[in-house]
Design a binder for this molecule. Sequence first.
Ligand code: FPP
Length: 269
Amino acid sequence: MQSPTILNAAKAGEPATPNGAEAAVPLAPFIPRHVAIIMDGNGRWAKRRHLPRTIGHRRGVEAVRRVVRYAGDRGIEVLTLFAFSRENWRRPPREVNELLSLLRRYIQSDLEELLSAGVKLTMIGARDELDPDLRAIIEDGERRSAENSKMHLILAFNYGGRDEIVRAAKRLAKAAVDGDLDPDQINEGDFARCLDTGMLPDPDLIIRTSGEQRISNFLLWQSAYAEYSFPRTLWPDFDEVMFEEALCDYARRERRFGAVDGGAARAVG
Ligand code: FPP
C-alpha cells in the first residue's frame, strides 16, 4: 500500500493552513497498534437487495479478507474482528448455523494465505461452549500460526465483554482461594492479564460500520481509552478506502489518556 502521507489531516484543535486547507500529516507515525472492528450491517445489506440475511454474512467474509490484507499492508499490529457475540445465539437457527459454518470455512480456506502472510490467529470468547469440531479447527489454526508475528488477527467469536470479565474474575478468585494470590494485592494489570486478550495492547481505534453507535458488549475493559469511528457503510461494502478514511480520522485525534494538552498523547498504546 503506497502513500504514507495523507491530506487534510490537521489534528483536532490545530489551526488550518493560511489558505484554509488543513495541513498534510503523515499517516505512518499515527497508525494505531490495535484496531478492533464491529462488523455491522450484513442483514441490512442483504435486505436492501431482497436477499436472505445469510447472503449478507457471506459477502461480509469478503470484507473480512479485504481488511485483513489492508491491515497487514498498513502495519497494524493487532486486528480484532467481532464475528459472533454470545447474544447472537438468539438469532434464527439457520442464521446461527451459517455464521458458525462461515467461521469454519474461513479458517479452512484462508489459513494457508494467513500463514504465508505472517498472520498469527487467535480466538477470544467462550470457546468451551463451542462444538468440539469447530473448536479443533480454531485451535489448529492458532497452533499453526503461533510463531507468526507480522500481524495478530483476533477473532472474537461467542464473545461477550461482560462474560470475559466474569471469567477473568473467576480465574483471580480461584487463584486467591488456592492461596496463590493475595486479594488485597490485585491490581489492574493482574486483571487485564486474566482477560482473553491477555498480553495484547488495548485497542486504539474501534470501528463500527453501518452507522449504529453502540459498543454492544465488545471489549468493555479494553476500550477504556479507545477512539471510535462510526462509518455509515454496511459491512459487506466496507473496503480499503473506507478503512483508510477511518485511519486518517484517527490520525487527527489528540489522545490524552486523562492528561492535558497532549501530555500523554500517542505515548500510550
Ligand atoms: C452483524 O450484522 C454481523 C454479524 C452478527 C456477523 C459478522 C460476521 C461476518 C462478517 C462473517 C463471518 C466472519 C468471519 C471472520 C468468518 P447484522 O447481521 O446484525 O446486520 P444488521 O444489523 O444489518 O441486521
